[in-house]
Design a protein around this ligand. Structure first.
Ligand code: MIC
Ligand code: SF4
Length: 641
């Protein structure tokens, strides 16, 4: 039986466990990445581990999220990360060099390697054949300290690409189609491996759009083979010595195969407020738009911006539309400035932002009240843009640029352009904004601003755990609901006491006060709880407010791991109907908690209503120890002594 590409790479990196779908395995991590909004926490945790130098092949710290510097907080965090990187042997990509995933793809990616990143879109690097996984900062810090990373061996879904995309249909439309079919929770426990004859028409940046937004499926990661197209990209980046061919066996076995006929695909959009709420542009109709935003780690490559420039050339942005464009990296910005494409963009009336996440994470450019915003990004969760009443549609760069001209949502096939010069033989490669770490880290002093506060630590699991169900929420709660990010909050990512005051604030302003007044307690939720970002703040803020356990119908992968790392018990209703029997503020009690966590099933008493229900706690053996110790940092310290 032939092997698929995912299992070939996992096999090479296997440290522990049997490589069979559903089993817990641990794998060696070759590379790590962090960005600033999760990085401060990751480096504080790395420092707490007391190691001298990272043990990975290469680790990189990027600054791309918190770039507004409205106060001293961002600049202080950048300084902290830069000095910590210098001390511990980590490469540092300076603010202005670009979005972590775009720069990683261009300058650091390596086919066949494993990458763990403290950002949920780390799978972007799967576009060149890496196994690239998003995780919480603590797991990334542990990988930097040389520890293997534990995951469930995934099921592998082959996405078989047939035929060729028509002009004005984009690789964004491929991933939107996959999301339409598979949904935002369909990918949990799976890796999507792309293959088929359609591969030969897709460039690395097009592939990276797909692996990037594969995060929205809830998947562990997504991957493409490393082939001639990949070699072209590595040559153009001046890194052909880092390329190697990687492909599945001809008779490779998959758990499932889905076919996508590229010839039949048409331009699509994800409607508010979920990336899987997908329909064709034609079906949605010509709705009036107020803002168009082009950029983010999904769609800000040289190829994307060349297309945008050629659509905008000689045209003007509609008078009622604000068009903002953020190139993905300094390489992209420099290339389009030197070849004149930027001039075409500027003369259309577009507004140019710096090379960073920007509006994607609510750092500026919030739409107006009730505004419709078309974005080439990957997430349109409620409130993420910074404006609660805004309606965000996720689209391709082609759809975005064409609609910016017409002022209404427009199918780009109505305004075809014969694109040229979408690829180059040689990118401008200038790594002067990537700082190598010090040879001798001992001499480096880590600089800490007053915004950096210690992170909260849990206590050992008690034998009786009780408290009120201080919050009851529905399905598909995102980490943007749990711990919102916007220009006002992002500067406080290293200050959990402050942030916790805004926990769940977009849906229930009183939650932090209620949790504190009741000494913490439990959160009750529906399906796919914690989807989206890898931010461990969505576990640390509840921990700070005293939350002891979360009881839901199902969890998203990264958030569940972050809860475990914080020592918060992740529980899943054995019978989902019990969800309906509990009301907010019911008193819940777990007796004999330590034994129950060990055996994987807990009986919870609803004292208010006078009934009992069972919940499943699906944990690996070491996760059980982590929960008992009150979180992974406590556990790591305990096992080190
Ligand atoms: C996001 O896209 O939500 C972020 C901001 O990049 C996050 C990380 C964070 O919350 O800091 C992610 O995707 O993990
Ligand atoms: Fe940045 Fe947005 Fe990408 Fe997250 S999804 S890394 S905020 S560009």
């Amino acid at each position: 039986m032939g092997e698929n590409l995912v299992y070939k790479i996992l096999k090479k990196h296997l440290v522990d466990g049997e490589l069979k779908a559903g089993n817990t395995i641990s794998i060696k991590i070759d590379n790590t990445l962090t960005q600033d909004s999760t990085g401060t926490m990751a480096y504080l945790q790395l420092e707490a581990m007391g190691i001298k130098k990272v043990k990975t092949e290469k680790s990189v710290a990027f600054i791309d999220h918190n770039m507004l510097q409205q106060g001293f907080e961002n600049a202080d965090d950048h300084r902290y990360i830069q000095t910590a990187a210098d001390k511990y042997g980590i490469y540092f990509s300076r603010p202005g060099n670009g979005i972590c995933h775009q720069v990683y793809l261009e300058r650091f990616s390596k086919p066949g390697n494993t990458l763990l990143g403290s950002d949920s879109h780390t799978p972007t690097a799967g576009g060149v054949g890496m196994i690239a996984i998003g995780a919480g900062g603590l797991d990334v810090a542990l990988a930097m300290a040389g520890k293997a990373y534990s995951i469930k061996a995934p099921e592998v879904v082959k996405v078989n690409l047939i035929g060729k995309l028509n002009n004005m249909v984009a690789s964004k439309d491929i991933i939107l189609e996959v999301l339409r079919r598979e949904t935002v929770k369909g990918g949990v426990g799976k890796v999507y491996e792309y293959g088929g004859e359609g591969l030969k028409y897709l460039s690395v940046p097009q592939r990276a759009t797909i692996t990037n937004m594969g995060a929205e499926l809830g998947a562990t990661t997504s991957i493409f083979p490393s082939d001639k197209k990949t070699l072209e990209f590595f040559k153009a980046q001046g890194r052909e010595d880092e390329w190697m061919e990687l492909k599945p066996d001809a008779d490779a076995v998959y758990d499932r195969v889905i076919d996508i006929n590229l010839d039949e695909l048409v331009p699509m959009a994800a409607k508010p407020h979920s990336p899987d709420n997908v329909d064709t542009i034609k079906n949605i109709g010509k709705i009036k738009i107020n803002q168009v935003a082009i950029g983010s780690c999904t769609n800000s490559s040289y190829e994307d911006l060349m297309k945008v420039a050629q659509i905008l050339k000689g045209k003007k942005v509609h008078k009622d539309v604000s068009l903002v464009i953020a190139p993905g990296s300094r390489q992209v910005m420099e290339m389009i400035s030197r070849n004149g494409a930027l001039a075409d963009i500027i003369s259309s009336g577009a507004r140019i932002l710096e090379n960073s996440c920007g509006p994607c994470i609510g750092m500026g450019q919030s739409p107006g009240t009730d505004a419709v915003s078309l974005r080439t990004f990957n997430r349109n969760f409620y409130g993420r843009s910074g404006t609660l009443s805004a309606k965000v549609y996720l689209v391709s760069p082609e759809t975005a640029a064409v609609s910016a001209i017409t002022g209404v949502l427009t199918d780009p096939m109505e305004m075809p352009v014969d694109f040229e010069n979408l690829s180059v033989d040689r990118f401008i490669t200038d790594d002067s904004m990537i700082i190598k770490p010090a040879e001798d880290g001992d001499k480096v002093e880590v600089e800490r601003g007053p915004n950096i506060k210690p992170f909260p630590l849990n206590t050992e699991l008690a034998d009786s755990v009780s408290g009120k169900a201080v919050l009851k929420v529905g399905d598909n709660i995102t980490t943007d609901h749990i711990m919102p990010s916007n220009a006002k909050l992002l500067p406080y990512r290293s200050n959990i006491p402050y942030l916790s005051g805004f926990c769940f604030s977009t849906i229930d302003e009183d939650f932090p006060k209620r949790a504190e007044e009741n000494g913490g307690g439990f959160i009750v939720g529906g399906d796919n709880y914690g989807q989206g970002s890898s931010r461990e703040h969505a576990a640390l803020a509840p921990l700070y407010l005293g939350i002891k356990g979360v009881i839901v119908k199902s969890f998203a992968r990264i958030h569940k791991a972050n809860l475990i790392n914080s020592g918060i018990i992740p529980m899943v209703f054995e019978n989902p109907d019990d969800y309906g029997r509990i009301d907010q503020m019911d008193e819940l009690v777990i007796d004999d908690a330590i034994n129950k966590v060990e055996c994987g099933k807990i009986t919870v008493k609803d004292v208010t209503k006078g009934f009992e229900f069972d919940v499943i706690v699906e944990l690996s053996d070491s996760d059980v120890e982590v929960i008992k110790a009150g979180g992974k940092l406590n556990y790591t310290k305990k096992t080190a002594n």
